[in-house]
Design a protein around this ligand. Structure first.
Ligand SMILES: [Mg+2]
Length: 433
């Protein structure tokens, strides 16, 4: 039986939340940019569709964004409200299936497999439309929903479902804008291929995955990083269609067994990764596919710092604590490896998570020391629990992988600075190139 996977992705999430919390100011201004202040070398977290027309996009230095769009109102990221809204979206989605996995601050995978009888064989697209309306009524926010038999298809379908303006300007809701080798923001969609794009829901029917995938470039597929793109381009493979024209033996000869298998499956819309199978398996993760393979321990440690920083701020923005830390590595030859550790007490500070993540990375590197193409950090075994506002001074300081009152105070201070000045106002370590 084919899987039925949906991806619900909030539309211009940070901008929409900023408008909800300040209806008289941000709510009334078409030209709105959310992010850090130009004076503090902040960057754009997200911009309204109107501001994007001036060339403003996420991850752009705010000073440049303000030059491009001088009439825009710039407001800081409403971090706390974003966490609250993300929880509300999730609660609305959980009315439809218990299997909801939060993939980023505003993206949720849902596994609807086996719910057919529950919904009296209603077409999945129709359920998705009801879901969208439920989220809108509960939260005041809109989501775009993509569907299909796998995560890779659902993710690309959500890009097609986005309002037209967004489909053409790429992701700008706080995610790093990835640019493909062709210089086009992903996901690239040829509008002419879709009679009804941008209606908020797009479901790819089982059996039509390959036809659906044909319209994308290889760079649109999550996990095809800049270096892999370059290698594929040298082989004449730029689009999914190019790669579909090659058999597995040819791809294996060119790319090696693992990379060939991985690509061969993705371009056919096949992705065996499941949506967190039960409520306890919810996780928050961050990964980074490098522009070149990394073998240097200090370079990998810098990436690890950045990933932990991002994952723990998502964790705290969601009002969550984690007990399990997982580090994932993809070796240069596409071998995927991971190591996890579950702690007796839940943590949320970047220092405590980093301590644990470093041990795990060292263990993976000791077992096999080859250049890495991807590094990821996942936090799971999540518990709801706010960082206490009043820190107990009597709580003993602990060493290693436990949050200390000091850790929590530092984490809270970082969150507050970011709320005032934007996500990139403060960072431990360097941001990736
Ligand atoms: Mg979004």
């Amino acid at each position: 039986m084919p899987h039925r996977i949906l991806l619900a992705d909030a539309d211009a999430f940070y901008v929409a939340v900023a408008r909800l919390v300040d209806p008289e100011g941000a709510g009334r201004t078409p030209l709105l940019i959310v992010g850090g202040s130009a004076e503090h070398r902040g960057v754009v977290t997200s911009a309204s569709y109107e501001a994007r027309k001036f060339g403003v996009h996420s991850a752009m230095p705010m000073a440049r964004a303000v030059r491009l769009c001088p009439d825009a109102l710039v407001v800081p990221v409403p971090m706390e409200a974003c966490g609250r809204k993300a929880r509300e979206i999730r609660a609305a989605l959980e009315q439809f299936t218990p299997v909801v996995e939060q993939a980023s601050s505003d993206e949720f995978y849902l596994d609807m497999t086996g719910t057919e009888k529950l919904y009296h064989d209603e077409p999945l697209a129709q359920t998705a439309h009801r879901m969208r309306e439920t989220v809108r009524l509960a939260t005041g926010l809109t989501v775009s929903i993509g569907g299909g038999t796998s995560r890779v298809v659902a993710k690309l379908a959500a890009g097609v479902a986005k309002p037209r303006t967004l489909a053409h300007t790429g992701r700008s809701d706080g995610q790093t804008v990835r640019r493909s080798a062709t210089g086009v923001d992903r996901p690239t969609v040829r509008p002419s291929d879709h009679p009804l794009p941008g209606t908020g829901v797009y479901v790819v029917e089982p059996g039509s995955e390959i036809d659906f995938m044909r319209q994308f470039s290889l760079a649109d597929i999550h996990g095809v990083g800049p270096k892999f793109q370059e290698r594929l381009a040298k082989l004449g493979l730029r689009t999914v269609d190019d790669a579909l024209g090659r058999d597995l033996a040819t791809l294996t000869g060119w790319l090696g067994k693992r990379a060939a298998n991985w690509l061969y499956q993705r371009i056919r819309g096949i992705d065996e990764a499941v949506v967190a199978a039960h409520a306890g398996a919810k996780s928050i993760s961050r990964d980074d596919t490098f522009s070149r393979d990394l073998d240097d321990d200090s370079a990998l440690d810098e990436k690890l710092l950045w990933l932990v920083d991002r994952a723990t701020s998502d964790l705290r923005a969601g009002g969550l604590l984690a007990r399990t830390v997982t580090v994932r590595l993809r070796d240069a030859d596409f071998t995927d490896r991971q190591a996890s550790h579950t702690l007796s007490r839940p943590i949320s500070s970047d220092r405590a998570v980093l301590t644990e993540a470093r041990k795990l990375l060292a263990r993976l590197r000791a077992a096999r020391r080859v250049p890495a193409r991807l590094l990821g950090v996942a936090l799971s075994n999540l518990l709801a629990g706010e960082v206490p506002a009043q820190l107990s001074l009597l709580e003993p300081e602990t060493q290693g992988s436990e949050d200390t009152p000091k850790d929590r105070a530092i984490a809270q201070a970082i969150d507050e600075l970011r709320e005032r000045f934007g996500r990139d106002a403060i960072a431990r370590g360097r941001t990736p190139d």
